[in-house]
Write a protein of this length. Structure first.
Length: 196
Protein backbone atom coordinates (compact mmCIF):
# COMPACT_ATOMS: atom_id res chain seq x y z
CA UNK A 1 0.00 0.00 0.00
CA UNK A 2 1.11 3.63 0.26
CA UNK A 3 0.51 6.67 -1.85
CA UNK A 4 0.87 6.73 -5.60
CA UNK A 5 3.27 9.26 -6.97
CA UNK A 6 5.11 10.02 -10.16
CA UNK A 7 8.48 11.66 -10.40
CA UNK A 8 9.27 13.66 -13.51
CA UNK A 9 12.10 14.10 -15.96
CA UNK A 10 13.04 17.02 -18.13
CA UNK A 11 14.19 16.93 -21.74
CA UNK A 12 16.41 20.02 -21.66
CA UNK A 13 18.95 21.38 -24.11
CA UNK A 14 19.89 24.81 -22.78
CA UNK A 15 16.52 26.32 -21.92
CA UNK A 16 15.27 26.67 -18.37
CA UNK A 17 12.16 24.79 -17.26
CA UNK A 18 10.14 25.53 -14.16
CA UNK A 19 7.36 23.19 -13.06
CA UNK A 20 4.79 24.43 -10.53
CA UNK A 21 1.78 22.89 -8.84
CA UNK A 22 -0.73 25.72 -8.77
CA UNK A 23 -3.08 26.44 -5.89
CA UNK A 24 -3.62 29.28 -3.41
CA UNK A 25 0.05 29.94 -4.10
CA UNK A 26 2.28 27.98 -6.47
CA UNK A 27 4.64 25.27 -5.24
CA UNK A 28 7.78 24.81 -7.33
CA UNK A 29 8.48 21.18 -8.21
CA UNK A 30 12.24 20.78 -7.92
CA UNK A 31 14.26 18.04 -9.64
CA UNK A 32 14.29 15.87 -6.49
CA UNK A 33 10.54 16.29 -5.83
CA UNK A 34 7.67 14.12 -7.08
CA UNK A 35 4.06 14.72 -7.96
CA UNK A 36 2.06 12.72 -5.42
CA UNK A 37 -1.58 11.69 -5.72
CA UNK A 38 -3.74 10.68 -2.78
CA UNK A 39 -7.28 9.73 -1.82
CA UNK A 40 -7.70 13.15 -0.19
CA UNK A 41 -5.04 13.10 2.55
CA UNK A 42 -1.32 13.26 1.80
CA UNK A 43 0.25 9.83 2.10
CA UNK A 44 -3.05 7.96 1.90
CA UNK A 45 -3.36 5.52 -1.01
CA UNK A 46 -5.84 5.68 -3.84
CA UNK A 47 -7.84 2.49 -4.22
CA UNK A 48 -7.08 0.46 -7.32
CA UNK A 49 -9.37 1.68 -10.11
CA UNK A 50 -10.12 5.03 -8.42
CA UNK A 51 -8.62 8.41 -9.32
CA UNK A 52 -6.83 11.08 -7.31
CA UNK A 53 -8.81 13.27 -4.94
CA UNK A 54 -5.75 15.40 -4.16
CA UNK A 55 -2.45 16.28 -5.83
CA UNK A 56 0.67 17.20 -3.86
CA UNK A 57 4.37 17.92 -4.24
CA UNK A 58 6.31 15.26 -2.34
CA UNK A 59 9.90 16.02 -1.34
CA UNK A 60 12.68 13.42 -1.57
CA UNK A 61 12.36 13.00 2.22
CA UNK A 62 8.65 12.17 1.93
CA UNK A 63 7.08 15.40 3.20
CA UNK A 64 4.24 17.39 1.63
CA UNK A 65 5.97 20.45 0.20
CA UNK A 66 2.63 21.83 -1.00
CA UNK A 67 0.75 21.50 2.32
CA UNK A 68 0.13 25.25 2.67
CA UNK A 69 -0.64 25.72 -1.04
CA UNK A 70 -4.12 24.11 -1.27
CA UNK A 71 -3.08 22.68 -4.67
CA UNK A 72 -5.56 22.37 -7.50
CA UNK A 73 -6.64 18.83 -8.32
CA UNK A 74 -8.20 17.57 -11.53
CA UNK A 75 -9.82 14.15 -11.20
CA UNK A 76 -10.61 12.11 -14.31
CA UNK A 77 -14.33 11.23 -14.43
CA UNK A 78 -14.98 10.44 -18.11
CA UNK A 79 -13.11 11.10 -21.34
CA UNK A 80 -14.54 14.64 -21.41
CA UNK A 81 -15.27 15.49 -17.77
CA UNK A 82 -13.41 16.15 -14.54
CA UNK A 83 -13.93 17.06 -10.93
CA UNK A 84 -11.99 20.21 -10.02
CA UNK A 85 -10.92 20.36 -6.37
CA UNK A 86 -13.60 17.87 -5.32
CA UNK A 87 -16.44 19.66 -7.08
CA UNK A 88 -19.24 18.30 -9.23
CA UNK A 89 -18.67 16.91 -12.70
CA UNK A 90 -17.62 19.61 -15.18
CA UNK A 91 -16.57 19.62 -18.80
CA UNK A 92 -12.81 19.44 -19.09
CA UNK A 93 -12.92 22.34 -21.55
CA UNK A 94 -14.05 24.68 -18.73
CA UNK A 95 -10.70 24.39 -16.91
CA UNK A 96 -8.96 27.78 -16.67
CA UNK A 97 -5.22 28.48 -16.65
CA UNK A 98 -5.47 29.61 -13.02
CA UNK A 99 -7.09 26.31 -11.97
CA UNK A 100 -4.82 24.02 -13.99
CA UNK A 101 -2.74 21.96 -11.57
CA UNK A 102 0.51 22.08 -13.55
CA UNK A 103 2.14 25.20 -14.92
CA UNK A 104 5.30 24.50 -16.91
CA UNK A 105 7.38 27.48 -17.99
CA UNK A 106 10.06 27.23 -20.66
CA UNK A 107 12.35 30.24 -20.72
CA UNK A 108 15.58 31.50 -22.22
CA UNK A 109 17.59 34.71 -22.03
CA UNK A 110 16.68 35.55 -25.63
CA UNK A 111 13.37 35.37 -27.50
CA UNK A 112 12.46 31.80 -28.51
CA UNK A 113 9.55 29.86 -29.95
CA UNK A 114 8.52 26.47 -28.55
CA UNK A 115 7.11 23.88 -30.95
CA UNK A 116 6.57 20.12 -31.29
CA UNK A 117 5.64 19.95 -27.62
CA UNK A 118 4.57 16.59 -26.23
CA UNK A 119 4.13 15.26 -22.73
CA UNK A 120 3.65 11.72 -21.49
CA UNK A 121 4.07 9.29 -18.61
CA UNK A 122 6.31 6.24 -18.87
CA UNK A 123 7.85 3.52 -16.72
CA UNK A 124 10.94 5.59 -15.87
CA UNK A 125 13.25 3.48 -18.04
CA UNK A 126 11.98 3.23 -21.61
CA UNK A 127 10.13 6.27 -22.97
CA UNK A 128 8.00 4.16 -25.32
CA UNK A 129 6.61 2.11 -22.41
CA UNK A 130 3.45 2.89 -20.47
CA UNK A 131 3.79 3.76 -16.78
CA UNK A 132 3.92 0.72 -14.55
CA UNK A 133 0.80 -0.05 -12.52
CA UNK A 134 -0.98 3.24 -13.29
CA UNK A 135 -3.30 4.92 -15.73
CA UNK A 136 -2.25 8.53 -16.32
CA UNK A 137 -4.43 11.08 -18.09
CA UNK A 138 -3.24 14.51 -19.24
CA UNK A 139 -4.97 17.45 -20.93
CA UNK A 140 -3.78 20.89 -21.94
CA UNK A 141 -5.94 23.72 -20.63
CA UNK A 142 -8.66 24.26 -23.25
CA UNK A 143 -8.78 20.62 -24.41
CA UNK A 144 -12.21 19.02 -24.55
CA UNK A 145 -10.99 15.48 -23.84
CA UNK A 146 -8.33 13.72 -21.79
CA UNK A 147 -5.38 11.88 -23.36
CA UNK A 148 -4.22 8.61 -21.83
CA UNK A 149 -0.58 9.66 -22.21
CA UNK A 150 1.14 6.28 -21.92
CA UNK A 151 4.58 6.39 -23.49
CA UNK A 152 5.98 8.61 -26.23
CA UNK A 153 3.72 7.02 -28.87
CA UNK A 154 0.59 8.16 -27.01
CA UNK A 155 1.78 11.57 -25.85
CA UNK A 156 -0.36 14.62 -25.22
CA UNK A 157 0.41 17.22 -27.90
CA UNK A 158 0.54 20.74 -26.51
CA UNK A 159 -0.06 23.82 -28.61
CA UNK A 160 2.94 25.37 -30.32
CA UNK A 161 3.93 28.80 -29.04
CA UNK A 162 5.22 30.52 -32.15
CA UNK A 163 5.33 34.13 -30.98
CA UNK A 164 8.97 34.83 -29.98
CA UNK A 165 9.30 35.55 -26.25
CA UNK A 166 11.74 34.90 -23.41
CA UNK A 167 9.12 32.82 -21.54
CA UNK A 168 6.34 30.40 -22.57
CA UNK A 169 3.78 28.87 -20.19
CA UNK A 170 1.95 25.55 -20.59
CA UNK A 171 -1.02 24.64 -18.36
CA UNK A 172 -1.80 20.96 -17.88
CA UNK A 173 -4.46 18.92 -16.09
CA UNK A 174 -3.27 15.60 -14.68
CA UNK A 175 -5.06 12.62 -13.15
CA UNK A 176 -3.90 9.14 -12.18
CA UNK A 177 -5.32 5.83 -11.06
CA UNK A 178 -3.41 2.78 -9.77
CA UNK A 179 -4.03 -0.52 -11.54
CA UNK A 180 -2.23 -2.45 -8.81
CA UNK A 181 -1.34 -2.02 -5.12
CA UNK A 182 1.92 -0.29 -4.15
CA UNK A 183 4.00 2.85 -4.57
CA UNK A 184 4.70 3.73 -8.21
CA UNK A 185 7.86 5.80 -7.68
CA UNK A 186 9.75 4.56 -10.76
CA UNK A 187 7.27 6.15 -13.19
CA UNK A 188 8.09 9.51 -14.72
CA UNK A 189 6.45 12.31 -16.66
CA UNK A 190 8.42 13.76 -19.55
CA UNK A 191 7.98 16.84 -21.70
CA UNK A 192 9.75 17.18 -25.04
CA UNK A 193 9.88 20.18 -27.35
CA UNK A 194 11.87 22.06 -29.95
CA UNK A 195 12.87 25.62 -29.22
CA UNK A 196 14.64 28.16 -31.37
Amino acid sequence: MGENYISFQFNIMASVQEWKLQGATATTIDATDSIAFSNGTFGQPIQVGSYNDKTHVRTSTGTDKSASNSPHNTKYLTSTTMSLNGGASANLSTLTTANSPLKITVSESVNITVTNVKMYAYDGTTTTNAPSGMNVYLAEQGDSSWTQAHGSGNALSLNDQTTPATSHDFYVAISASPTSIGVKSANKIRIEFTYQ
